[in-house]
Write a protein that binds this ligand. Structure first.
Ligand code: MGD
Ligand code: MGD
Ligand code: MO
Length: 676
């Protein structure tokens, strides 16, 4: 007789929603995952992709045992080896390199799982003890999150639930229906109560379709738009002088700067009309409560940090923070009292200060020779929770780096991704159903547990177990290398989240005020919102690296701005190999406006070459009103080997960094397009 049990889990993906899930297990096999109906933000619903999680877990192409490379790098030719053989050889290679200089070893990981254990615990301990290079994990959100912290003192914002009571919601740089579905539920509730929804996005997304108004500004002009709004708030005195006086610092200088940003000038820079700017300012200045759902889509440009600062200041000028349904949400992650030191044990560095490699320039850095400024040439890479060959900018260089014969590469993965194809060893990793974890969220304020639902598939091992095993093979004998996952889960939070309660109840709501910044109390030194921030000054509009403003000659050769936002049914490059989801996305697409297509002789459905000085991306053109004139949308992020001629959109992106946060500027990229 089969016995079904239900296990509490958390969606591990890099998404603001961090859903609480229920996993149905029959005879040791996970047969279904569902959103937990009792969890206040999940509401019993999962997105299409994650409801396919069992399909991904039991996928016929799962890597089931350790693999050793036999073909050339990138060919994906491997033989099966035992764990003992793989671990012994990897430890010997890392030891030999570390004996010369441990900084020649570089870890490379991101948020393939957002779990505190499988994402950032035993792995960090291992590399700290080794003295390996540190990794600056900038690839996604660093411009915005450092900017937010520079303004508010931490990565904090509204409770997502309270958007349901807002009267005006600006959905800014976010395709919420695709990337933040559980926020959208609250926005819909507000809409039913009569709230106005405005979408600010160069692309006419499925979210824009469902808002009352869509402002399709040019990519990278959000800072200018915010300055234009500030100009109008001042001109019409739609300001909360009391809130400004008591809870901000540096306002007079910004007020002065905004004087030049008339609706006409703003409109010209943003590619909008002056009436668009005036109307938005009137709505924002005269509606309460007004809330902004900012998302990371708008900060993947050179001026992303300054733009986030300017937008984050808006609710302080109108006093929107006074109401629990007013204010702004970019990230809630700073509310969580995570104990990073207990999890990651930086004390194992024992006074050493290894160099830091920025994950966003891995293309250049893999190709760099040793030098006093750079340090040693990178000789070993250990990759987990990430697929850099597909997702890092300027892939021609990333690929060249990964193909170096003198580079030793280990990849912990579920599948033979573009990156795993370049590994000397691929180690089979467990999925979220096969290990324990605890989760914070950047889009809500609940800690969530993930219990192990089933035994590891094949010979898969969790990331924590692999780094524990490697520590043993390296002879690291500190007791912390024997901590179990549960030991680490128990110390993951400094306060407020008790592990036993998390286990019993599935999630724990953080004890926060309803309207957390109603009385100021920003977690900055002065307790005020920093309009003028130390070292950064007063924020300004910063034009794109590649634009008519900054690089007119380049803009003449490559007149189209390309953004590359996520495809709805993929999660970055995860799920691209799940056929049922790939079928929905059909093929790699470039959305292009009819006018831009016509002058280039491009028909809907034509195969095209999108190109610039860095490379050529082969895909299918979709002539569509989703693209504004002058801007093309290359939907991401396909696996190169499942794309056309082994390319994806990062063939074209560059490694120039943002103004704040040392992050990539994926959406700041000039191209042209021709029929293939
Ligand atoms: N389905 C799905 N969900 C996801 C992801 C995914 O790949 N697929 N990715 C996850 C990840 S890693 C993250 S970081 C989060 C947030 O992920 P984000 O990448 O922020 O995703 P979106 O919310 O889709 O926001 C991107 C939107 O910003 C728009 N945009 C591009 N350039 C500009 C600009 O200059 N200004 C403005 N105003 N808008 C611009 C794009 O057109 C797009 O609609 O979502 C997560 N959720
Ligand atoms: N052009 C362009 N490029 C982009 C973006 C864009 O919008 N446009 N978005 C950027 C953003 S926002 C981000 S966050 C990055 C994301 O880049 P990545 O962090 O690399 O994200 P994924 O592509 O989802 O790859 C995560 C990998 O981790 C693996 N994984 C998942 N769970 C586990 C686990 O428990 N153990 C191990 N060992 N592996 C696991 C998955 O199988 C998957 O292959 O991409 C960036 N790149
Ligand atoms: Mo991201």
């Amino acid at each position: 007789m089969s016995s079904a049990v239900t296990v509490r889990a958390a969606c591990p993906h890099d998404c603001p929603d961090t859903c609480a899930m229920r996993v149905t297990v029959e005879d040791g096999r996970a047969v279904r995952v569902q959103g937990d109906p009792a969890h206040p933000t999940t509401h019993g619903a999962l997105c299409t992709k994650v409801s396919r999680y069992p399909e991904r877990t039991y996928h016929p192409e799962r890597v089931l045992h350790p693999l050793k490379r036999v073909g050339p790098k990138g060919a994906g030719e491997f033989v099966r080896v035992t764990w003992d053989e793989a671990l012994a050889d990897i430890a010997a290679r890392l030891k030999a390199i570390a004996a010369r200089n441990p900084e020649a070893v570089v870890p490379y990981s991101y948020a393939g799982t957002m779990g505190l254990l499988q994402g950032e615990s035993m792995d960090r301990r291992f590399f700290h003890k080794l003295g390996a290079s540190l990794l600056d994990r900038t690839i996604c959100s660093n411009a915005g999150s450092e900017a937010l912290a520079a303004t508010y003192g931490a990565r904090i914002g509204m409770h997502v639930e309270h958007f349901a009571e807002s009267r005006l919601i600006l959905i800014w740089g976010s395709n919420s229906i695709a990337s933040n579905l559980h926020f959208w539920t609250f926005a819909q509730a507000a809409k039913r109560q009569g709230a106005k929804l405005v979408c600010i996005d160069p692309r006419r997304t499925e979210t824009a379709d469902k808002c009352h108004q869509h402002l399709a500004l040019r990519p990278g002009t959000d800072g200018a738009l915010a300055l234009g709004l500030i100009h109008e708030l001042v001109a019409n005195d739609w300001l909360d002088h009391d809130y400004i006086d008591q809870h901000t610092e540096g306002w007079p200088a910004l007020r002065e700067r905004a004087k030049a940003w008339t609706p006409e000038r703003t409109a010209e820079v943003c590619g909008l009309t002056a009436d668009d700017v005036r109307g938005l300012a009137r709505d924002y200045g005269t509606t309460a409560p007004a809330a902004i759902r900012l998302n990371y889509g708008m900060q993947r440009v050179r001026g992303g940090g300054n733009a986030v600062r300017l937008i984050a200041i808006l609710p302080c000028l109108t006093g929107a923070w006074r109401h629990r349904a007013g204010g702004l949400l970019l990230s809630a992650s700073g509310w969580f009292p995570k104990d990073a030191a207990a999890l990651q044990r930086p004390d194992l560095l024992a006074g050493r200060r290894p160099r830091t490699i920025n994950m966003s320039t891995i293309g250049d850095d893999l190709l760099r020779e040793a030098s006093p400024a750079f340090g040693p040439r990178i000789e070993a890479l250990v990759v987990y929770n990430s697929n850099p060959v597909a997702v890092a900018p300027e892939s021609p260089k990333v690929v060249a780096g990964f193909r170096r014969d003198d580079l030793f590469t280990v990849v912990l993965e579920h599948f033979l991704t573009d990156t795993a194809d370049h590994a000397d060893y691929v180690l089979p990793a467990t999925t979220q159903l096969e290990h324990l974890d605890v989760h914070t969220s950047y889009g809500h304020t609940y800690a969530v547990i993930n219990e192990q639902a089933v035994a590891p598939v094949g010979e898969a091992r969790s990331n924590t177990q692999v780094f524990r095993d490697l520590a043993t093979h390296m002879g690291f004998d500190e007791p912390c290398f024997r901590d179990t996952d549960e030991d680490m889960a128990r110390v993951a939070f400094k306060r407020d989240v008790d592990f036993d309660r998390l286990r019993a109840e599935g999630w724990v709501k953080l004890p926060l005020p309803e309207a957390p910044l109603a009385d100021g109390r920003f977690p900055t030194a002065s307790g005020r919102c920093l309009i003028d921030a130390p070292g950064l000054g007063v924020p300004d509009h910063v034009p794109n690296h590649e634009s008519a403003e900054s690089t007119p000659a380049l803009a003449a050769r490559y007149p189209l701005a390309m953004i590359s936002p996520p495809a709805r049914n993929f999660l970055n490059s995860t799920f691209v190999n799940v056929k049922s989801l790939r079928d929905i996305e059909s093929e790699p697409l470039l959305e292009i406006h009819a006018d831009d297509a016509a002058v280039r002789g491009i028909a809907d459905g034509a195969t095209v070459e999108v190109f610039n000085d860095r490379g050529t991306y082969h895909c299918t053109a979709r002539v569509s009103t989703r693209a504004r004139p002058g801007v093309v949308n290359g939907l991401g992020i396909w696996w190169r080997k499942l794309g056309v001629r082994g390319t994806n959109v990062n063939e074209l992106t560059h490694q120039h960094l943002t103004d704040i946060g040392r992050a990539p500027s994926f959406y700041d990229c000039l191209v042209d397009v021709r029929p293939a």
